[in-house]
Design a protein around this ligand. Structure first.
Ligand code: AMP
Ligand code: MG
Length: 518
């Protein structure tokens, strides 16, 4: 174990690629550069609010015990072996090319080598302006920092690839935000998350280099990414082989999001990890009532581009942008054929996952129709997704009537069912039980499979909202409880949270829908 202040950090990225060394925080375009040096802007009073014990343990990082260590987490201290920088990337936002974006409020301090030899980038989010802050302040509010801190850890414990969060620090400084974009800006508490990942590289890093026609740098970044993060890929065709693996990882990630009902909310290509991680937690949400059209992002409301049911096709669209960025390196036909493989990969993984949610022994051709019926029924009935799949585990082996079906799933329902909805639920239940009857595995094993695939606890927005309201008043009971609950999402230990979203939370900002303001 080593302390944050005594560690000798590695800086492979900045020593490999050209960057702007000036340290200027003036917003600007940085052609020819992959990053710009950015020293965090000190804050008034960095105070440690949360620390991820298990993550720190795994990385060999000593828990801060004095102010010097906390100063690092708050951006007030940069040690000699660190090289703080903001990465330069571009991206497609809401379907349109947005040009240069870059880390506007994220600053990587250095690369931490863990005891197992693996390197992790340590990055502060909200530590002040960088060359890429454009007109914004480079800061983050407590509200959004708590959301990123808890949710990225929650995703990890759900078994979903994600960036991680090591610490949450309050800055002691107010931050001005117009939460509803209605001209009523107000001061909120500032905070900084230290997040960690093997790499924060995004599709947008590659898009940037292609857009600027910096083909040598593009090739170098691709080679570097492969040798460092995909070392098993070698040989003549390595770039296309690598792209294929990015396609696979992205497809897998989409399946995982659909499995638990996670809606990212801002799937712009600058928010797509090249490692297939969930990255940049903003106005995300779990679906409560199952609605493929649900988007948690108020900015996304006109088109619902990033709605729950659209995520898999957006994953594909975003990979199309990445393929476009690789055109100078690989033949177009090869890239297109690889991109097309997404469909097959996604659907195979998706149906396998759904088969597990249903506790099926194997996936048979006719099961696809059953899964489609399930989706139709869920869309018609709109039960709470998490609770529905839990109740499904204990469905009696014979359901005699529509009323009995409704009674079994009552805990998952947001409203009394109409006759059509009840019928739809009943029809599915009987079709499903017919299929279960032919299972060649024991019921217990089938149920075990379901328990492992469907979480019982998910970090719902209204819970986060309540925890944040408490924290803003200096009270951390719910926050601490959620910090523990996220570690056991598949158990019944936190059944006090096993309930549908309460009525008061349906229309309340921050409890169902959120703006990007953070
Ligand atoms: P997002 O969609 O939240 O991932 O952010 C899109 C772009 O806006 C990225 O380049 C961010 O770095 C930048 N950005 C978002 N919030 C801020 C902020 N408060 N200060 C500076 N840049 C920001
Ligand atoms: Mg982003």
């Amino acid at each position: 174990m080593e302390s944050l202040s005594s560690k000798r950090y590695k800086k492979e990225f900045v020593s490999t690629f050209p960057g702007d060394d000036s340290g200027s925080l003036q917003p600007r375009q940085t052609p020819g550069m992959l990053y710009s040096k950015a020293i965090p802007t000190p804050v008034e009073k960095p105070t440690l609010l949360a620390w991820s014990e298990e993550l720190a343990e795994a990385l060999g990082i000593l828990k801060p015990t004095d102010q010097q260590e906390i100063d690092i987490l708050g951006g007030n201290l940069v040690t000699d072996t660190m090289y703080p920088y903001a990465s330069c990337y571009a991206g497609h936002q809401f379907g349109h090319w947005a040009g240069q974006l870059g880390d506007g409020r994220a600053i990587t301090l250095g690369e931490w080598e863990a005891p197992d030899g693996k390197s992790w980038e340590l990055q502060l989010k909200g530590a002040g302006p960088t060359a890429y802050s454009r007109r914004a302040d480079g800061r983050a509010v407590l509200r959004s920092s708590v959301r990123e801190y808890l949710m990225s850890e929650a995703m990890h414990y759900l078994g979903i690839p994600t960036t991680r969060a090591l610490s949450l620090v309050s800055t002691g400084e107010p931050v001005l935000r117009d939460m509803f974009y209605n001209g009523n800006a107000a001061y909120e508490l500032g905070a900084i998350v230290m997040r960690v990942a093997p790499s924060f590289l995004r599709f947008g890093n590659f898009e940037m280099l292609n857009a600027r026609k910096e083909v040598d740098s593009l090739r170098q970044l691709v080679d570097w990414t492969i040798s460092r993060y995909y070392p098993h890929i070698t040989g003549e065709d390595k770039v296309v082989t690598w792209f294929k693996e990015v396609v696979e990882r992205t497809a897998s990630l989409m399946v995982e999001w659909q499995r638990v009902g996670f809606v990212h909310g801002v799937m712009n290509t600058d928010n797509m990890s090249i490692l297939g991680l969930t990255i940049d937690y903003g106005p995300y949400s779990f679906v409560d009532n199952y609605d493929p059209n649900f988007t948690p992002n108020t900015t996304d409301l006109p088109g619902r581009r990033y709605a729950f049911g659209k995520q898999p096709s957006i994953g594909y669209w975003n990979l199309g942008c990445l393929a476009g960025a690789l055109l100078p390196l690989v033949e177009k036909d090869q890239l297109l054929a690889t991109l097309e493989s997404y469909q097959e990969i996604y659907w195979t993984k998706y149906y396998t996952m759904m088969g597990n949610k249903l506790g099926l022994d194997e996936l048979r051709v006719e099961d696809i129709a059953l899964i489609k019926k399930l989706e139709e029924m869920l869309n018609i009935v709109q039960p709470d997704m998490t609770i529905f799949f839990q109740l499904l585990i204990d469905l009696p082996l014979s359901v005699e009537s529509a009323e009995q079906a409704e009674a079994h799933f009552r805990e998952a329902l947001y409203e009394e069912l109409t006759a059509d909805q009840r019928e739809s639920l009943y029809t599915f239940a009987t079709d499903y039980l017919t299929r279960l009857n032919t299972n060649t595995i024991r019921r217990q094993d089938s149920q075990r499979r379901m328990c492992k695939t469907s979480p019982r606890f998910v970090l719902r927005n209204y819970l986060l909202h309540q925890a944040i309201e408490e924290l803003e008043k200096g009270e951390n009971t719910l926050f601490l409880k959620l910090q523990e609950a996220i570690k056991e999402p598949y158990s019944d230990k936190y059944d006090e949270f096993f309930q549908t979203r309460p009525g008061w939370a349906t229309q309340k900002a921050g409890c169902s829908m959120l703006s990007c303001s953070s």
